[in-house]
Write a protein that binds this ligand. Structure first.
Ligand code: NAP
Length: 307
């Protein structure tokens, strides 16, 4: 058996096209486009590359995008004041602060300072609370979990009554995807188990999974013997395992691997996501969707729970 590969790049193109069309339509009918401000503190190459990607995608779909590139030495108070300014700016629907922040800035304080109604990353405790409450409370779902659920839905993998096992319990991936999959409704209603380093029989739990979502950050952790034949295996892990020279650009680029033994597992699973090109492209796509939804809430075009 050879698993169907869920191609995140293809799904991204379909969704971004829809977002672009809807943005143009809203601009025509309401004279307003979604506004996204990206905030980068310092100049870490990985953070800069993530931000560039977000900015380029926002431009591509026709959003108003504002870039704040701040020196590493900016004080916490200056950053909080900047966030306050964008919280009040009527032309801005989404504020994204690229993490991690330098050590002298308290990340929790910064996340709490965001207006929850502009928190398009979905990391503010109010939005986490809304997600747990579910249904018509949900405004912004964190982007990577939202992207994972979207891939599963589009693949037509049944989730209602399915055994879902999530490897990892981080606040940005493990906990929110476990919450999403257990919620009543389309793309959820699953029986969810979350496993972590305290779990006694990791392999045994994984073997029960109709849908296995792996977000551990450990290259090659999940072995082929752990996979139920025909299961849907979503590999969230992105691990830099070396470097190579890109044939396209001639530049040195990282060699990336996921958390699963991809080649062997693709012979057993029914569906599988590659790394790179699987979950990765979905994350920024969902950020764009959240930003568009933020404007749609503001204009009264949708209500929470309808995203
Ligand atoms: P994280 O905060 O480090 O959390 C990792 C989780 O995995 C923890 O809960 C940890 O358990 C668990 N874990 C680690 N090793 C394990 C093991 N041997 N057995 C069982 N559980 C284990 O990581 P994260 O932020 O969730 O990210 C996970 C991976 O996804 C990383 O590779 C990251 O780069 C990637 N990622 C990708 C995207 C994307 O857009 N594609 C987005 C976000 C993250 P404990 O809690 O017990 O320590």
């Amino acid at each position: 058996m050879s698993a169907e590969v869920l191609n995140g790049r293809e799904i991204r193109e379909e969704i971004l096209k829809d977002i672009e069309d809807e943005t143009a339509r809203i601009a025509q009918e309401h004279g307003r486009v979604p506004g996204l401000v990206t905030v980068l503190v310092g100049n870490k190459p990985a953070s800069r590359s993530y931000i560039t990607n977000k900015v380029n995608t926002a431009k591509r779909v026709g959003f108003k995008e504002v870039q704040e590139s701040l020196p590493e030495t900016i004080s916490e108070q200056e950053l909080l004041s900047l966030i306050d300014r964008y919280n009040k700016d009527e032309s801005i629907d989404g504020i994204l602060v690229q993490l991690p922040l330098p050590e002298h800035i308290d990340e929790t304080k910064v996340i709490y300072a965001l207006d929850p109604d502009k928190d398009v990353d979905g990391f503010h405790p109010v939005n986490i609370g809304r997600l747990v409450l579910g249904g018509d409370q949900v405004k912004f779902t964190p982007c990577t979990p939202a992207g994972i659920q979207e891939m599963i839905k589009r693949a037509g993998v049944p989730t209602s009554g399915a055994e879902v096992v999530v490897v990892g319990r981080s606040n940005i991936v493990g906990k929110p995807i476990a919450t999403l999959m257990m919620q009543k409704g389309e793309g959820g209603n699953a029986t969810v188990t979350t496993v972590h380093t305290g779990t006694k029989d990791l392999a045994g739990h994984c073997r029960r999974a109709d849908i296995l979502i792996v977000a551990a950050g450990k290259p090659g952790l999940v072995q082929p013997e752990w996979i139920k034949p025909g299961a849907c295996v979503i590999d969230v892990g992105v691990n830099r395992v070396g470097e190579k020279i890109s044939k396209k650009t001639g530049k040195t680029v990282a060699i990336l691997r996921g958390d699963i033994d991809y080649d062997a597992i693709s012979e057993i699973a029914g569906f599988i996501t590659p790394v790179p090109g699987g979950v990765g492209p979905m994350t920024i796509t969902m950020l764009m969707r959240n930003t568009l939804n933020s404007l749609k809430y503001r204009l009264g075009l949708i209500r929470p729970g309808q995203q």
